[in-house]
Design a protein around this ligand. Structure first.
Ligand code: ZN
Ligand code: ZN
Length: 346
């Protein structure tokens, strides 16, 4: 049995300062589950925390995209038992404030606490979660793949917001883990032509394998030219920004048709600024959507994942032990090619 100091976790202590440390074992209190972490994905958000581009209270054990096996259940918990395989929605709401009582808006909860953002997360051997946030997954689903259910739930939220329709043409700017999930989801939703853009050819190859019809590398070709020539000069019905940069939003804006829909999905650094010509927005009569986390989409994400209709494996480039966390954060910070989704496994 592990003693207290044997338990390892990645603790973020400052800008570009994440360390493997010994931590005490969390305990499941009333209504909570203690999970033995099966896998936890590194998100672009975690890199923002690491670089100080999104300020969070430190020290913090990050990690909000995780799966695990129930180790113990707190008092009053029903529906879960030790040994169950689960994922958990990281956003914990109070259920009582005004936003919580507005349908579909509860993640604006004034008391919101997110696992791995506001409270300790799953770059650790154990994490505790409210049982009401947990969802059973099939025991044969690989736990490192199940860690991608959280980003999948966020993608579903974004697509609900922008509203993909059968027959739509869709451009996705950025084919990181999110872009690669979105390509598959929009096809499931009925998109008939998917354009994927990225500066890295290695990612575009995967995009193609996962269903992108046309791939565009903006370092070699002008996305607007390609898409205009493909769409009789109109542009796509829906453009999705999945990078988290004002430049990528511009690219999406450039390729969407008049009367189209633009989804700004990527999380830009807190201080980034987007310069836009309002006349262009007027002239295109655009519907511009954004998307905040995953309210009420987790159950559907679990079902989609369990259906086997989304390929996670090609998106996961690395499964590494927690010990390699500090090294891989530094490599992700440098945007080292060859890395797509990293899942840390204690
Ligand atoms: Zn995330
Ligand atoms: Zn609330």
């Amino acid at each position: 049995m592990n003693s207290v100091t044997d338990l390892k976790a990645l603790v973020l202590r400052g800008v570009r300062d994440i360390r493997l440390e010994g931590v005490p074992k969390p305990e499941a209190h009333k209504g909570e589950l203690l999970l033995k972490v099966g896998g936890c994905g590194i998100c672009g958000t975690d890199i923002h925390f690491y670089k100080g581009e999104w300020k969070v209270k430190l020290p913090l054990i990050p990690g909000h995209e995780f799966s695990g096996i129930v180790e113990s259940v707190g008092e009053g918990v029903k529906g879960f038992k030790p040994g169950d395989h689960v994922v958990a929605e990281p956003n914990i709401t109070c259920g009582e404030c005004m936003y919580c009582r507005m349908s579909s808006r509860n993640f604006f909860c004034v008391n919101l606490k997110a696992i791995g953002v506001d409270i300790n997360g799953a770059f650790a051997e154990y994490v505790k979660v409210p049982a009401k946030n947990a969802y059973l997954i099939p025991p044969n689903m690989p736990l490192e793949e199940a860690a991608l259910i959280e980003p999948l739930a966020c993608c579903i939220r974004g697509l609900d917001n922008v509203g993909i329709e059968v027959g739509d043409t869709v451009a996705i700017v950025g084919t990181g883990p999110i872009g690669l999930l979105l390509i598959q989801l929009v096809r499931m939703w009925g998109a008939v032509k998917v354009y994927a853009m990225d500066l890295l050819d290695e990612r575009l190859r995967i995009a193609k394998d996962l269903g992108a019809d046309v791939t565009i590398n903006p370092s070699r070709e002008d996305p607007r030219e390609v898409i205009m020539s493909e769409t009789e000069g109109m542009g796509v019905d829906v453009a999705i920004e999945a990078v988290g940069s004002p430049k990528a939003i511009d690219t999406a804006l450039n390729v969407v048709r008049r009367g189209g829909r633009l989804l700004i999905f990527g999380v830009s650094p807190q201080d980034a600024v987007w310069n836009v010509r309002p006349f262009e927005l007027y002239d295109k009569e655009l519907l511009i959507c954004t998307s905040y986390r995953s309210p009420f989409t987790f159950q559907r994400a679990v079902r989609v994942a369990a259906s086997g209709r989304i390929a996670f494996k090609p998106i996961i480039s690395h499964v590494l032990p927690l010990e390699r966390g500090p090294e891989i954060f530094a490599r992700l910070d440098k945007r080292e090619p060859g890395i797509i989704k990293v899942v840390l496994k204690p």
